[in-house]
Design a protein. Structure first.
Length: 823
RNA sequence: GCCGGAGUGGCGGAAUUGGCAGACGCACAGGACUUAAAAUCCUGCGAUCUUCAUCGAUCGUACCGGUUCGACCCCGGUCUUCGGCACCA
């Protein structure tokens, strides 16, 4: 250890030492309690940005803290390395995605290593490696066999300018991410996962995820969007099929004055074909098809529709009501058909007013401001039933169940649950993804590739044009194959998987990353799972975190894993933004940690980003203040260097003699306690760091004093280095070694604090008069209440303030405060 | 429109259970050391008033009101802002 803080030298030295000693390698060890800490693995875009630094610094502090607290910690890292940017680079620069990706991985891996993160690199995985995607394909086959994967024709996002399909995430404000052209729809046959089968479990299990932020649970809940209601069958006059509708308000059935079909509803053609309405309906539908999804589903779009000329019969009162098609009813929710109750639904109300349709109230209020016979807007609040035959007088909430009962008894409907959640479209017309291991045979239909033939390797003889269909169609070697079932000529699926699949189970592969026989050994996953602490950006609150939960549940049902939920505790870090905007390559506001690391070192970078703000909060990046973190580390370095000349020889035991001793022991033990709680409990790294700063300030003050207690100082220095080490590991290793220790600070036990030292002889109490602070007093700790009150009331200043006034009340909080209420 | 956060000095932020608002750090100002600079150290740093200075007083946690001996914290309302969802029947 030099007198000067040579961070570059120190960081290089210890990174090499950790690598040589395999300090962070983890093996299963039944004798120890395990702790699995995981940060969301990155897409290898090429360069680390400050958001990554924040994410991995948080995880590293937790991993190191848990290790020092004697847990067997699994802390892995890998690459979510399939994805579109690699392919775009190929189109633009002619580099093969494989080369581009691996070059980026190498670059980012070395950047991560420069940060001194405690990863077990022997467990590294990359989703684009055949060793990984082989098992991705295997999982797909298991899902297919269980009936969780199916293929169907459906409209998908299509950019007419780029001539390609876009993922939902690639549609930004209704336009193509790359060229901005309005995205349309195209019918394509696609693979889906039946995530809707798990809707109830995904929703209900949220209640048990105590370690998850509420915000994320609410977002998932809204996304799943469970609505409980009823399905009702309406007869159509002169038509042999029934019109099935879904409603959450069966209590309003007597208020139905018209019906609406979605324009795409399969009945529409049959109902109007050959009638005088046919041309009008066709024209209306064509107009709708010209619209983008965004326009079409905008709440501000005026409600429009066309009467079909046909009628329905309300099964409750046999009333005939007209059937419309309208732009506000969507084919892909519920049954694509609704009963309209304008009195109690605002959309129906708007439509009824426009087309002059009847409005019949069936729920009444006693609010004098609302005229039920002349409504200005739909009445959606609670009330009592009217105009509803035998249901009249009932509270409408109660009536819902009665109506459902009635529907079921008379076989005209039943209770029904609908979800906003749709099945997961997993096909992508892309090259750089996992090939879907399915083969189509004219005789046998869709057949999975035999498991012993996995992986289905991505072919390399592929052209990248960015136009047209999946690039795999251009391969001369890939498409044709033999049917695994009958051996006849068959064709491979040419689409690849959505990359969200790859990231939905990587946490399982980490538990057994090198296994060539299985995706993972049951025993290994049983030892390590669940992930005890998952850390990542709040932007993944819905997609990644719900897909992973779905995978885990499906794999649980298949018997491959031992838990239904993958992530026990979740920490969603806030985004690191710059100038009010999310850091992104296209805006050009990405801040790389390189400059800070070369100027101040990785320890400073880590310390600064954790000190700047609590982790969940959004952080507007500014490097003002980096100097302060660097200054602090210099200050620590100087202090330890100076004291290392005198403390190593001192005994580890000490007796507190002076007031200064007691004070320092109080601060030191308090700091150990606070850091333990802030890091181990509530993840407030910023306050943990500030309390360490206070300890350092206190130690500087103490060592300038007259009587120096070397034993106490020794413990202070050692504890300081230990509790700082999860934040800034390199400098702490260096100081720890210099203090005469041979073992890595990482392998050293976290210090315990002395509860006794936290009990003070005297405490400062606050004296308030009428709630205003008037005086502060040092009194003996733990005085009984009456003595405490007497001392305060006999205080000269207090007596002066209250003299001549009536004391009405005295509120005394022992060891803290006393409030004298006077008049 | 619906749901969920957030709003504290010039700035990042602290106040963990209703009990001293502004910890810690940044920036700034003054001083010490130095031939000088850097580094380091010391002091000050919410606003207003008062005072030679101290001492002190009043106000102050987006805004209005309430509960309480006491409110950044609890309750009612308003505004601003961020995030999610959005003709979901």
């Amino acid at each position: 250890m030099l007198e000067r803080y040579d961070f570059a030298e120190i960081e290089k030295k210890w990174q090499k030492s950790w690598e040589d000693q395999e300090t962070f390698k983890t093996v299963e060890d039944e004798s120890k309690e395990k702790y699995y800490v995981l940060e969301m693995f990155p897409y290898p875009s090429g360069k680390l940005h400050m958001g990554h630094v924040r994410n991995y610094s948080i995880g590293d502090v937790i991993a190191r803290f848990k290790t020092m607290n004697n847990f067997n910690v699994l802390h892995p890292m890998g690459w979510d390395s399939f994805g579109l940017p690699a392919e775009n680079a190929a189109i633009k620069n002619g580099i093969h995605p494989n080369l581009w990706t691996w070059a980026n991985i190498d670059e980012m891996r070395s950047q991560l290593k420069e940060l001194g993160l405690s990863y077990d690199w022997s467990r590294e995985v990359a989703t684009c490696h055949p060793d990984y995607y082989k098992w991705m394909q295997w999982i797909f086959v298991q899902f297919f066999k269980k009936g969780l994967a199916y293929k169907k024709e459906n409209p998908v996002n299509w950019c007419p300018s780029c001539q390609t399909v876009l993922a939902n995430e690639q549609v930004v404000d209704g336009g193509c991410e790359r060229c901005g052209t309005l995205v349309g729809k195209k019918e394509l046959s696609q693979w889906y996962f039946k995530i809707t089968d798990y809707a109830d479990r995904l929703l209900d299990n949220l209640d048990n995820l105590d370690g998850w932020p509420n915000k994320v649970k609410i977002m998932q809940k809204n996304w799943i969007g469970r609505s409980i209601g009823a399905e009702v069958d309406f007869d159509i006059v002169g038509f042999d099929k029934k019109m099935k509708i879904f409603t959450t308000r069966p209590d309003t059935l007597y208020g139905v004055t018209y019906m609406v079909l979605a324009p795409e509803h399969p009945f529409v053609n049959e109902l109007v074909s050959g009638s005088e309405k046919e041309a009008e309906i066709k024209a209306f539908n064509e107009k709708l098809h010209q619209m983008s999804d965004i326009e079409r589903t905008s709440t501000t779009l005026e409600k429009e529709g066309v009467f079909t000329g046909r009628y329905c019969i309300n099964p409750l009162n046999n009333k005939e009501v007209p059937i419309f098609i309208a732009n506000y009813v969507l084919m892909d929710y519920g049954t694509g058909a609704i009963m309209a109750v304008p009195a109690h639904d605002q959309r129906d109300f708007d439509f009824a007013v426009k087309y002059n349709l009847e409005i019949i109230p069936v729920v009444e209020t006693n609010d004098p401001n609302i005229d039920m016979l002349n409504l200005k807007e739909a009445f959606i609040a609670e009330g009592n039933m009217i105009n509803s035959d035998k249901f009249n007088g009932m509270n409408n909430k109660v009536a819902i169940a009665k109506f459902i009962e009635y529907l079921e008894e008379n076989k005209i409907g039943k209770k029904s649950i609908n979800y906003r959640l749709r099945d997961w479209l997993i096909s992508r017309q892309r090259y750089w993804g996992t090939p879907i291991p399915m083969i189509h045979c004219d005789k046998c239909g869709w057949v999975p590739e035999k498991e012993e033939n996995l992986p289905v390797l991505l072919p390399t003889d592929v052209e990248f044009t960015g136009k047209g269909e999946s690039p795999l169609t251009t391969s001369k070697t890939f498409g044709e194959t033999a049917c695994p079932e009958c051996g006849g000529l068959a064709h491979r699926e040419l689409d690849t998987m959505d990359t969200f699949l790859d990231s939905s189970w990587y946490f399982l592969r980490y538990t057994d990353p090198k296994n060539q026989e299985k995706a993972w050994d049951f025993k290994n996953q049983k030892y390590w799972m669940n992930v005890d602490q998952y850390i990542g950006g709040v932007e993944h609150a819905i997609l990644h975190l719900m897909y992973s939960r779905f995978f885990q549940m499906a794999l649980y049902d298949l018997g491959f894993v031992s838990n239904e939920e993958p992530f026990k505790n979740l920490l969603t870090q806030g985004m690191v933004i710059k100038d009010g905007k999310k850091m992104s390559k296209s805006i050009g506001n990405v801040v790389s940690p390189d400059l800070i690391i070369s100027k101040y070192g990785a320890d400073t970078a880590r310390l600064f980003i954790l000190f700047a703000s609590p982790p969940e909060k959004e952080l507007d990046w500014s490097d003002a203040g980096v100097e302060g973190s660097f200054r602090f580390l210099n200050r620590v370095h100087r202090l330890v260097y100076e004291l290392s000349a005198i403390v190593p020889a001192a005994p580890k035991t000490y007796i507190l003699e002076t007031e200064a001793d007691k004070n320092l022991a109080y601060v030191m033990n308090g700091t150990v306690k606070k850091v333990s709680e802030d890091v181990g409990g509530r993840f407030n790294f910023n306050t943990a760091i500030s309390s360490i700063m206070e300890l350092v300030n206190e130690m500087y003050k103490y060592k300038e004093g007259d009587d120096i207690n070397l034993g106490l100082l020794k413990v202070c220095v050692e504890n300081l280095v230990l509790i700082l080490s999860p934040f800034t590991p390199h400098i702490c290793e260096e100081m720890w070694q210099h203090l005469g220790n041979n073992e890595s600070v990482y392998k050293t036990n976290w210090p315990v604090y002395d509860e006794e030292a936290l009990i003070k002889d005297t405490v400062e109490i606050v004296i308030q008069v009428n709630g205003k602070v008037k005086e502060k007093l040092n009194i003996t700790n733990n005085l009984d209440k009456s003595t405490f009150e007497r001392i305060v009331m006999e205080n000269e200043k207090v007596m002066a303030i209250i003299s001549g006034k009536d004391v009405i009340k005295i509120i005394a909080v022992p060891n803290k405060l006393i409030n004298i209420v006077v008049k």
